[in-house]
Design a binder for this molecule. Sequence first.
Ligand code: Z5A
Length: 236
Amino acid sequence: MRGQFITFEGGEGAGKSTQIKRLAKRLEKDGYDVLITREPGGTSGAEAVRHVVLSGAAKQFGTDMEAVLFAAARADNVEQLIKPALENGTIVLCDRFMDSSRVYQGVSGGVDKEFLLAMERAVTEGARPDLTFIFDLPPEVGLARAADVWAEDGPDRFEQDDLQLQEARRQGFLEIAEEEPDRCIVIDASQSLAKVSKALDAAVDTYFETIQRKPKSKSTPKSTSKRKPKTKAGSK
Ligand code: Z5A
């Protein structure tokens, strides 16, 4: 039975990685196989691309080329990790996915929407997110949180952008949520850690209850035994 593909999106420092790790533990406790991955990254090839784009080394080639690099990393992550896991009935939790390209490269990078969507269709065939959580918070709050955990090399290529651009990205994510309400759920990420956890857990529970009522082919794997996750990659 096919697994479930859940993606987490939003601005910097929104709390995605923290919540993904916590949710994974909870789902494993419930008996699900869980895979954590991230974008750009997840596989060794995609992690190499991550270094190139986040260091800013590809900036000189322009935003179209950066979009191609993100798509290439995504293709590897999808083929090597995400699709096989879904075919195995695993719940895949992915820190950023196609919506980040739509927003960072499209909304704030000015890359042509049709070009982005064509790459998205090509790369995500057979691995479209079933559910996407959009972690929403004012950019200044997220950046202050992210600054606390920046490594000694400081902010990455995208964290250096000004607040106006960060706010445009926030609106870009909210527009996606509005356009695709069946897939996207907005989480108020400015709340305390405990409140965000509670909101996320409630949304996941409701989603799982909903899909269990759908035809069998669409239902989530139901487990009676506690199983260990098969693989983990790209966990922050
Ligand atoms: N990018 C792109 O341009 N195009 C694409 O297609 C893709 C990505 C896929 C990847 O960065 C960059 O690539 C990203 C977009 C671009 N841009 N940037 N910058 P990344 O993977 O290195 O980082 P990130 O995804 O932006 O995540 P992050 O900054 O690490 O934030 P996070 O994962 O959402 O948050 P966190 O690490 O869980 O939490 C940050 C801190 O806040 C940490 O100290 C927590 O303990 C704390 N925290 C978490 N939740 C709370 C609450 N609720 N209250 C208080 N403090 C909290």
